[in-house]
Design a protein around this ligand. Structure first.
Ligand SMILES: [Zn+2]
Length: 510
């Protein structure tokens, strides 16, 4: 079995099939009309000691005033007033690790002939993120500029940022999943490896594929970040080529010069040590392989001392850290028969696709990861006692050291239906909570920590004057229980209030 089958397989779309979607935006407040959210408990991550009741005033899509005094001020005539009595106002959530172009649960061959099903999925995609409060998402590896544009042009959508085309090492992960003759076309922003000159088509010149040239392409495409990889492979193949310290150093320099945030895909002890030494900004996975080059520590029941030393450094240097525990759960879930029956799933994917997930064909990925046809219980146990145990131990240790968690889900991490847009964020939060993060750590990770690490904190991440009015009104406090994130009543998107239930896949569409 291949544990941690992340970002694999040619699931990635041929053409985008988005049909023109019918406009259905709720009425926007006309420019310069103020919206007053009154009598509301304001919970903002820079100010957690003062969760006072007060008023937040929005104008032209921005927060213009935050008043924590009570009794609160009187709104002027003509203002739209929304009473937040008994409710909580928090910043919109940020998921800094998504993949918009991948269709969950489906490989590219299966996409043929399903254009309507896929179009319906893509129409719902931005709404599902909003449904769970994600008003900002970051696509970490762009495969289809078209899909991103379609999301950005849909009537209601989160703010979308991206890392442009990713920077894999030639013939390394993840381009190694494609046949040799296709992979360079799929990953044109690869890093040239002189040691493999014979395995790189002659049309690609070394000087066009230095880390510096690659980073420049990302910057010119409008990316805010770059993503590269350190992945030796999977259970059956740990021999993939990986980038060198010189390559990461050059990528680091180029990213810094272009003011881009540097993400490293790495889920092993070795790769995270490499990321630490390379001074990356964000480690884009948890550590579920306790493997250091040729030494495998996976069966150690407790965190080995040498791993702790690395984690201490990760915490001390405040590198951004994304445990992405749902990557593993997204595989394990094929052996949890109840998953597709939950009400939550029906809220985020159209019925037709859900029906296909349940079909024999829709179960293909489960067969693929469980090659040996183990009974479901045994399969789950391997995950629970293996990679899930390890990633939870690592996450717990980092939580205790107050590492700089930046919330990211890797949705979908592979061709799995276990990582569905929006819902996957809520499930990841539950994983983090179980692994030992406090409620305030989770709240900060998905708001201010993300905004700061992504250099978006001028606009996002807190409730302060001048910031974008991406806000959530909740009937519960996220500092008291995690299910507050499933108790959203209204999503404010650039000041526009949207009732949550209108965003569900089950809501009547016009
Ligand atoms: Zn990813």
């Amino acid at each position: 079995m291949r544990i941690g089958w992340i970002r694999s397989v040619p699931t990635l779309l041929a053409a985008s099939l988005l049909a023109t979607s019918s406009a259905q935006s709720p009425v926007k407040p006309s420019p310069s009309t103020q919206t007053w959210i009154t009598d509301v408990t304001i919970i903002s991550p820079e100010n957690l000691d003062h969760t006072a009741t007060g008023t937040v005033v929005i104008e032209d899509g921005h927060i213009v005033r935050v008043d924590r005094s009570s009794p609160s001020l009187k709104p002027p005539a003509g203002a739209v007033v929304i009473s937040g009595k008994g409710q909580y106002l928090i910043p919109g959530l940020i998921d800094s690790h998504v993949h918009l172009a991948s269709v969950p649960g489906m490989n590219s061959d299966q996409q043929a002939g399903k254009s309507q099903m896929i179009a319906a999925y893509r129409r719902q995609l931005p709404r599902s993120y909003l449904y769970y409060g994600y008003t900002t998402i970051v696509d970490l590896a762009v495969f289809s500029e078209k899909v991103l544009q379609d999301v950005r042009q849909s009537p209601l959508h989160p703010d979308v940022y991206d890392c442009g085309e990713s920077l894999p090492l030639a013939n390394g992960y993840p381009m190694s999943f494609w046949p040799a003759e296709q992979r360079f076309k799929q990953f044109p922003n690869f890093i040239y490896d002189p040691a493999q000159a014979g395995k790189i088509p002659a049309e690609y010149k070394p000087e066009d594929h230095t880390p510096t040239a690659d980073v420049a392409r990302v910057r010119n495409s409008g990316g805010i970040c770059v993503k590269t990889f350190f992945e030796r492979g999977f259970a059956d193949n740990f021999r993939l080529p990986v980038i060198t310290p010189e390559m990461i150093a050059e990528t680091r320099r180029a990213a810094t010069q272009s003011n881009l945030v540097l993400f490293l895909h790495g889920n092993s002890f070795e790769s995270q040590k490499f990321g630490l030494a390379g001074d990356v900004d964000v480690i884009a996975h948890g550590m579920w392989h306790w493997r250091d080059r040729d030494r495998v520590l996976d069966n150690e029941p407790q965190l080995p001392a040498e791993i702790k030393t690395t984690l201490d450094e990760i915490a001390r240097t405040k590198i951004g850290y994304q445990p992405t525990i749902q990557v593993l759960e997204g595989e394990r879930v094929y052996f949890e028969p109840e998953f597709l029956s939950s009400r939550d799933v029906a809220k985020v994917v159209p019925q037709e696709l859900l029906t296909w997930f349940r079909s024999r064909e829709g179960q293909w990925f489960g067969d693929e990861i469980n090659e040996e046809h183990l009974p479901a219980e045994q399969f789950r146990k391997i995950y629970d006692e293996g990679p899930l145990r390890r990633v939870r131990q690592v996450t717990a240790y980092l939580a205790q050291k107050d590492a700089n968690f930046v919330f990211g889900t890797d949705t979908p991490s592979g061709p799995t239906y276990g990582n569905l847009p929006g819902l996957n964020g809520y499930l990841e939060m539950q994983q983090l909570r179980q692994a030992g993060l406090s409620l305030s750590q989770i709240f900060k990770a998905s708001t201010i920590n993300n905004a700061r690490k992504l250099k978006l904190d001028e606009q996002l991440g807190t409730i302060e004057p001048g910031k974008t009015a991406n806000l959530l009104l909740l009937s519960k406090s996220p500092l008291q229980s995690l299910d507050a994130y499933d108790a959203i009543s209204t999503i404010f998107l650039h000041g526009q209030p949207i009732p949550r239930e209108s965003l569900a896949a089950t809501a009547p569409q016009d």
